[in-house]
Ligand binder design. Sequence first.
Ligand code: G3H
Length: 530
Amino acid sequence: MKMSTNSISEEFQIKEQIHQRHYLVNGELKEWKGNTSEVISTISSTPEYAHTVLGSIPDMGEKEALDALDAALGAYDQGQGVWPTMKVKDRIECMESFVEKMKRQREVVVKLLMWEIGKSLPDSQKEFDRTVEYIEDTIEEYKELDRSSAKFQKHQGVYAHIRRGPLGVVLCLGPYNYPLNETFALLIPAIIMGNTTVFKPAKHGVLLITPLLEAFQSSFPKGVVNILFGRGRAVAAPIMQTGKVDVLALIGNSKSANALQDQHPKSNRLRLVLGLEAKNPAIILPDADLDLTIDEVIAGTTSFNGQRCTALKVVYVHEDIKDEFLKRFSKAVDALKFGNPWDDGVKLTPLPEPGKPAYIQELLDDALAKGATVHNKKGGQQSDNYIWPAVLHPVSKDMRVYEEEQFGPIIPVLSFKDISQPLDDMAESNYGQQVSLFGKDVYTLSPLIDTLANLVCRVNLNSSCQRGPDVYPFTGRKDSAQATLSVHDALRSFSIRTFVAFKDNELNNETIEQLLEAKVSNFLSTDYIL
Ligand code: G3H
C-alpha cells in the first residue's frame, strides 16, 4: 500500500505555504501577531514519506474571542442594528454578492480540501459546488418565505402581520469532515435571517477559509460575520461563559456540544442547533438484492473513509445470507483503490488525523481479542497515514467498535436470525439519525419501516445513508441532533416568529394603511420580492 509520492501533477502540488495572519473582527481584517500553529497535511510531497507543511494559523485566545463577540453584539445592537433591521431584499443582495465572490475561489478551496483533510478530488469539488448551490437555494427559499409573510391575517377581530425574525448572536462551529459545506450550512442561514455571528473553523480544514475572508469582509456590514482561529477551548468557551450567545450552532460531537452548553450561565436563553454523532446501521434482510446492497454498503461504510456522521457504522446481516455477503463484501472492500486525493478512481485516501490509524488499530485489537475475525485480506494493513478497512465479524456488544462511533475505516458486521435484535439494539442505542434497510418483500418491509421511522429520522430503502439532497430534513433523535437543518428548515431553526398585531378599528386600520404607504418600516411591509 505504498503511494508513489513523487508524481504529484503540477496543478495539485503545494508551491507556496499559506501563513494566515489575519482574522475578521468588526469588518476589519486584523493582523495577528501572536502565537501560531502549523497546519500539517498527512499527505507527503516527497518520495520518502514525510508530512507536508501547508502553512500556519493564528492561535487566538480569550481577548480576541471577546472582541469578536463584542463586534457581533454591536452589529446586532439589541435588535436595532443595521443588519437585523435591514430589508430582506438588501440582506439577500449582500448574500448574492458573497456567493459570487466565493465562486471565484473554487480552485484554491478544492485544492486545500484535498491537502488539509484528504478528501478526493471529485468529493472536494462536490463539497464546494454543493455549498454554492446551498447558498443559492437558501436565497430562493428566503424569498419564498418572505413572499408568504407579505400579508395580514385576521382572527377574532385581530389582524396580524407575522414574519420570522432573527434570534441574536450565533456562535457557529463546524466539523473537519465537511469544513466548508457543513459549516456554511449553519452560517449562511444564520446570517441571512438577520443574526450576527462569530465563526471558528474546525480543527482541520482551516486554511481553506483564508481565501474567503475577504469575500466575507466586503459583502456584509461590519460585525455581522466575525471569524476567529484557534482551539475551541480557548476561544469558544470564554464566549459562552458571557451568557451573551443566543444560539450555539455546532456540527461535531455531543461531548463538545455539552461542554459548551454547560458554560452558558442562562441555559434557558440558549437555542441549540446541533448535528452530532451517530451510529447508523444497515439492516440486510434475506431477500436483499446482494449486488445493489454491496455497492450501497461499500459507499455507506467507506466514503471519505467512514469520516461522515451519516456513514454506516454497523452492519446487520441476516444469518441466511451472512456467508455470501461477507465473502463478496470483503472482496469488494479489498478492490477499492487507495491513493492521494487527486489520483484517478481513488476511493480510500489518507486520514487527516495523525492518531487515527492507531485508534482504529486499538478498536481492531479489542475486537479480535473478544472473538471477532477480519474477513478481508487487506483489513488492518497500515501505511504511514492509513489503515485499510477491516471487515469484522462476529461483532458483539462488549467490543469497543460496537459502542464507539469509529468515524474511520473499520466495518463491524453482526448477523441476526430475528429482526427484533437490530431493532432492540437501535432502541437501546444513544443515537437515532438514520438507517439503511435492504430487502424486497413489502410485507416484511412495511412493519419495519413503520417502526424504524420512530427510531431514527430517515429510513433509507435499499440505499446508503446520507445527508443530501440538502432540501431534505437533516436531523436525528437522542444524542444525534437538536433542531433540523435543510434549505427550508435551517431558516426556521435560526429565527423566531414575531409579529405585529392590532385590533380591527378605524384608528389602527388607518395607521397601518399609512405605514404601508410610507414604506418606512422594513418589518411591516407587503412588498413582494420576485
Ligand atoms: O458528517 C455528516 C455529514 O452531514 C454527512 O453528509 O451524507 O452528505 O456525507 P453526507
